[in-house]
Design a protein around this ligand. Structure first.
Ligand SMILES: Cc1cc2nc3c(=O)[nH]c(=O)nc-3n(C[C@H](O)[C@H](O)[C@H](O)COP(=O)(O)OP(=O)(O)OC[C@H]3O[C@@H](n4cnc5c(N)ncnc54)[C@H](O)[C@@H]3O)c2cc1C
Length: 391
């Protein structure tokens, strides 16, 4: 058992840490205030070859795997979760194509992600169907004639990066609309430029400003047969992509928690009170120590889950470990950012410090890509079925 990062991953971690300190940290507050998409950071990530970390070299990536992207996102999320989300979006919509897509789809849509020429979005959620994906209403019906094309209609919502994306991975019902069976749902690649594809309303949200979420409206969109990902009814296969995302979302949580703890610790060390500093108080020291323990535990869970994902270990005996990382690290981000606000007192509540921004940003993480309750359900299922370490 080796707990060290490989020399390549350690070098990646160091270079992204420097980039995050130099370029992301100074921009975080401005991105939050203006809500403008940070094109400069996207270009900085592109120039540092960070947009293809999860892609194989033959598709223009650097083959650093889920663990590589996890390590990179952790560094960026120490300062900005919006910037971390930009990196996450290099994998979320790409996952189903990598796992189940055809060679032609991979060649057409993935090298552009690595080079920064293309961006993508992931369309699963609908207004009435978030955790309960089987309730989706977006429909795909075979086009009249016999060329295998499909006509898609419906509205996806809360989609991250919807405005900037050039193509979308979209899930739609191809079976009976009333069916709750997973094989009634199929994944498609839909291009932004196609007739009938438009961006609807974008959301006014609490945090993670700068990367919009919003609606993707599909009005009788013709999707050629070549753009079906995997098999018709192959939703279960495409969902493997979401399992691979657990460590990547968790990385947004541990990075945010680390950033918040580092900031608050420096603050209490210089904040004078009672003839010393706030850091001299044992009650404060214990809070800092407990948070450091939790961050380390979250990092171990997350790195291991990234390693599992890179091994392709997605069967039921591994699913709970992936969910544990996502659950623990994102709940930790909420607690850590709350603690940071508290340790700064009134100052922590004000926009003069990044703590209130982290507090708002963290709240997203326990909701997206499987809420905490959904993750607990998956963990519980594994425990009850003795899929974990049971004698
Ligand atoms: C900022 C942001 C960005 C997003 N980006 C994307 C994106 O890019 N693409 C995309 O497709 N979606 C995206 N989403 C949507 C996100 O995936 C959904 O919000 C999430 O899946 C939860 O669905 P819901 O919001 O409908 O909540 P609901 O499913 O309505 O859940 C409401 C509450 O009930 C609980 N609950 C639900 N089911 C269970 C259960 N079985 N057991 C116990 N409790 C349960 C939930 O945990 C939650 O607390 C984004 C959301 C946000 C906030």
């Amino acid at each position: 058992m080796d707990f060290d990062l490989s020399p390549e991953l350690a070098a990646l971690q160091l270079s992204v840490r420097r980039l995050a300190q130099d370029k992301v940290k100074p921009r975080a507050r401005q991105i939050d205030t203006t809500g403008d998409y940070p094109t400069d950071l996207f270009e900085a990530f592109r120039d540092a070859d960070l947009l293809g970390l999860c892609l194989p070299t033959e598709l223009g990536g650097s083959d650093a795997g889920i663990l590589g992207l996890t390590v990179a996102i952790e560094e960026v999320a120490k300062y900005s979760n919006a910037a971390a989300l930009m990196l996450l979006l290099t994998r979320l919509p790409v996952g189903p194509v990598l796992i189940a897509g055809s060679d032609d789809q991979k060649k057409r849509y993935l090298p552009g992600i690595a080079s920064g020429e293309l961006r993508a979005g992931f369309g699963l959620s609908e207004a009435q169907a978030g955790s309960d994906v089987a309730g989706m209403r977006t429909r795909a019906v075979p086009e009249a004639g016999n060329d295998g094309a499909w006509i898609l209609s419906g509205t996806k919502c809360w989609m991250s990066g919807v405005r900037e994306a050039d193509w979308y991975t979209v899930f739609a019902k191809t079976g009976d609309p009333a069916s709750r069976a997973h094989d009634s749902i199929t994944a498609f690649i839909v291009e932004r430029a196609w007739d009938g594809v438009s961006v609807g309303r974008t959301d006014r949200k609490m945090g993670v400003h700068g990367v919009d979420t919003g609606e993707l409206v599909l009005d009788q969109v013709r999707v050629p047969a070549d753009n079906v990902i995997g098999e018709v009814g192959g939703f279960r296969l495409a969902m493997l992509g979401l399992n691979a995302m657990r460590p990547i979302v968790a990385a947004r949580g541990i990075g945010l928690a680390e950033g918040a703890l580092m900031y608050a610790t420096e603050y209490v060390k210089q904040r004078e009170a009672f003839g010393g500093t706030i850091a001299d108080l044992q009650g404060i020291q214990w809070e800092i120590a407990k948070m450091a323990v939790d961050i380390e535990a979250a990092r171990l869970l997350t790195y291991r889950s990234a390693w599992l994902a890179d091994q392709g270990k997605f069967t039921k005996e591994y699913v709970p470990f992936l969910s544990m990382a996502k659950y623990f690290a994102t709940e930790l981000a909420v607690r850590a950012s709350g603690l940071a606000v508290q340790l700064l007192g009134a100052a922590g509540y004000m926009e003069d410090h990044p703590t209130e921004l982290w507090y708002r940003d963290a709240r997203q993480l326990t909701i997206v890509e499987g809420t905490s309750q959904v993750q607990l359900g998956l963990i519980a299922r594994g425990v009850l079925a003795h899929d974990l370490w049971w004698d």
